[in-house]
Ligand binder design. Sequence first.
Ligand code: MIC
Ligand code: SF4
Length: 642
Amino acid sequence: MGLNLTRKIIAAHLADGEMAAGCEIAVKIDQTLTQDATGTMAFLQFEAMGIERVRTELSVSYVDHNTLQAGFENADDHRFLQTAAARYGVYFSRPGNGICHQVHLERFGVPGKTLLGSDSHTPTAGGLGMLAIGAGGLDVAVAMGGGPFYLTMPQVVRVELRGRLKDWVTAKDIILEVLRRLTVKGGVGKVLEYTGEGMQSLSVPERATITNMGAELGATSSIFPSDRRTREFLAAQGRAGSWRELLPDEGAEYDQELTVELAELEPLAARPHSPDAVVKVSEAGHIPLDQVAIGSCTNSSYSDLMQVATILRGRKIHPRTSLVISPGSRQVLEMLARNGALADLISAGARLLEAACGPCIGMGQAPPSGGVSLRTFNRNFPGRSGTEDAGVYLASPEVAAASALLGRLADPRTLGSCRRVELPDKFLLDDSLIIAPPADGQSEEIVRGPNIKPLPRSAELPDTLSARVLLKTGDNITTDHIMPAGAKILPLRSNIPALSNYVFSGLDAGFAERAREAGNGVVVGGHNYGQGSSREHAALAPLYLGVKAVLAKSFARIHRANLINFGILPLVFTSEEDYEQLSCDDLLEFAPLRSQLQSGPEITVVNRRTGRSIVLCHQLTARQLAIILDGGLLNHTKKVAL
Ligand code: MIC
Ligand code: SF4
């Protein structure tokens, strides 16, 4: 049987389990990345494990999310991360050096290696032929300590790209088309592996736009082969030595197939408030825009911003629309500055931000009340921009630039002919904002600010539990709903007691208080509960408020793993009727809890209000069950080590 690329890389890293789709496997992790908003917790957890130095081939700690220093909190976190990196043998990418995924692609990614990152867009590196997966900080901390990463063996989907993109149609439109077809839950349990002659015309940064937004499908990862385009990119980054060819076998088998005819695509946009609400720009109407934002780990490469500069050169943005640009990395920004493209952007009226996540995570540049923003980003969930009632469209840099000029959603094809900006032969190389760790970090002191509070601990799972339904939600609840981000809340990422006040605050301002009063609580959700980010704070902060279980129709992969890691029970409804019969405030009796969980996949819970029983399914592997019974992975690891 011919092997696909995903199976080849997994087979080369398999630490445990059988490679049959749906079975739990463990893979060895070669590289890790963390970013500041999830990294402080990951390093506190690594510290709690008592390991002297990371045991990966490479670990990098990036600062790119919490870069607005409105108080001491973020700056303190940066200092903590820098000192912890030196102590534990981790490379440190300083604030200003760029977005983790963009910089990792440029400076560290290696085809055929595995990468685990505490950020859901880690699969960006799949554009280079890495098997790159997003996970919670605790899983990444375990990987930094040399432990394998556990996941469900994914199904592998072959996405065949046929033909060539027409002018003004881009990689962003390819992934928006895949999202339109598969939806935000269509990738759960799957790796999307791209093949076909259409892929030859895509450079690594273009491929990375596609693998990046595979996260919005809920996919475990997305990957391209490592071919001559990969070699060309690595050589231009001065890293030709990291290249090796990696292709699927001739006639490789896949679990599912999907074909995208590139020539049939046209510029697309995702409407508010979901990345899969995709429409043709030409059919969306002339929607007036208050803001256009260009950047994020999806679309802020050198070629993306050069394309924007080419479109804006000699023109001015529309008076109604604010244009804000955040370059993906310092490399990109400095190259634009040196070749004059930055002057074109400034002259057109763009507002320049530093090379960081910025508006993508609501770190400034919130749109006006009821405003409409068009962004080249990957997520347009409600409230994520920082303005609760703003509407966000997602589209390519080309659509964004044309729209900034016209002040409304605009089809760039109306601008005339277009020459696609090619990769440069040589990128500008300067790694001086990346600090290598000392050979021996033992004497390095870790500096902690007052905002860094100890990790909350969970107790062993009790055998009887009465818990109140604190909230009942519909489908596709995102981690941005559960644990909002943004400039006000993100600085509290290292302070769970303070952060917990904001759990579900956008949906239900009274949630935190109600949870505290109830003592023990559960949340009821629909399908794809917890889609979006890898932030384990969406488990940790509810845990701090007494949430003991989440009952949902189905879960997103990373969030479910995070719940288990912190001892919160993820339970799945076995009938629609049971979901329907639950209301907010119902009191649920779980008894006996431990023995029911141990004796099979089903567990019966009694609703005290109606007296009716509800049958739920736990779907936990033996390893996950042991973690839940011990009250989370940290407790479990300690117990196993004793
Ligand atoms: C995001 O895009 O939502 C984030 C912010 O990068 C998150 C990580 C976080 O919440 O810190 C992600 O995608 O995992
Ligand atoms: Fe940063 Fe946005 Fe990318 Fe998340 S999606 S890593 S916030 S740029």
